[in-house]
Design a protein around this ligand. Structure first.
Ligand SMILES: O=P(O)(O)O[C@H]1O[C@H](CO)[C@@H](O)[C@H]1O
Ligand SMILES: O=c1cc[nH]c(=O)[nH]1
Length: 296
């Protein structure tokens, strides 16, 4: 194309110098909420010791209210909204942006929240396989009038690298498990607290227990399409989500706001260690900091 308009990001090849703006990006972190992704960019700004006050980071997509995007050195932090269609649109435009900017060796990580399955609230799950509601490692996309099935395999080495990083953190548990991606938060995740309740409590628990037996440890709403698109485009991708509750114990998210805010920071803490290790910036001081967390 002579020109590529990245409509939902309010960026384009003729209106912006994408190689100058984004050419140094090595890590892309995505998550549902604009505020979370702003906070993550500010946190990374501080962690990477970048110049100036990270507090005044500007939303690069300010011209649109569809998505928010912030940059802290080689880290790009973008919100994707809720659900498969929303993240899918963002990923198409983000991946074209990375291409136009001539970025190379980019790792992309979804840092999200989820409903845990048989695990304590606050546990962080690193996804080994993203599965659909039938516990299958596939993403089905309707293209023209065909159902196209795509693989949802994630990078195995990245999963191990992230698990190793989690060993530096002692104030919350991290584990590897399958992540189930659904098209709905309520009935689609076997909840009985939505406006529609079309099944019994027994049926719900039977389904969730089958999911647990199939290896599912958390449930969210983007991982399969994220894994499929990133895999097909050759991007190394990972999904790291904190569990806000144990779905075997209930449907409502009742933890106080401050607790939920702290839970959301857990994947961010883990990914900051990963990024700093990759950049050769993780040192003995960090180990002392983590020991301080542990003892206080
Ligand atoms: O915390 P985020 O990244 O938004 O992800 C999870 O939270 C949303 C539902 O509350 C869904 O988008 C689900 O995938
Ligand atoms: O239960 C939950 C919690 C967060 N996000 C989800 O998709 N489900």
């Amino acid at each position: 194309m002579d020109e590529d308009v990245l409509y939902h990001l309010n960026l384009g090849t003729k209106t912006h110098n994408l190689p100058v703006m984004f050419g140094d990006v090595k890590f892309v972190c995505v998550g549902g909420s604009p505020n979370r992704m702003k906070a993550f960019a500010q946190f990374m700004h501080k962690e990477l010791g970048l110049e100036g006050d990270g507090k005044d980071l500007k939303d690069i997509c300010a011209g649109t209210d569809r998505y928010s995007m912030y940059k802290a050195g080689p880290v790009l932090s973008i919100s994707h909204g809720m659900g498969v269609p929303s993240i899918s649109i963002m990923l198409h435009e983000l991946i074209k942006l990375l291409h136009h900017a001539k970025c190379c060796d980019v790792t992309i990580i979804r840092i999200g929240t989820s409903g845990g399955l048989g695990i304590d609230p606050g546990t962080v799950v690193i996804t080994d396989i993203a599965v659909d509601s039938f516990f299958k490692a596939r993403f089905e996309q309707v293209i023209l009038d065909n159902i196209v099935v795509r693989s949802t395999e994630l990078d195995k080495d990245l999963v191990e690298e992230l698990l190793n990083c989690s060993k530096e953190i002692h104030y919350f548990p991290t584990l590897i498990g399958h992540t189930m991606c659904t098209y709905d938060f309520y009935e689609g995740q076997g909840r009985l607290d939505g406006a529609l309740c079309s099944f019994s409590h027994e049926k719900k628990l039977e389904y969730l227990k089958r999911a647990y037996d199939a290896g599912v440890r958390n449930i969210e709403m983007e991982s399969t399409v994220f894994a499929a698109i990133c895999g097909l485009c050759g991007l190394k991708a990972a999904v790291v989500c904190v569990a806000l509750l144990n779905r075997l114990e209930g449907d409502q998210i009742k933890a106080p706001h401050e607790v939920l805010v702290e839970y959301q920071q857990r994947p961010q803490h883990l990914i900051s260690i990963f990024i700093k290790k990759r950049l050769g910036l993780y040192n003995q001081m960090e180990l002392l900091d983590n020991a301080f967390f542990l003892n206080n």
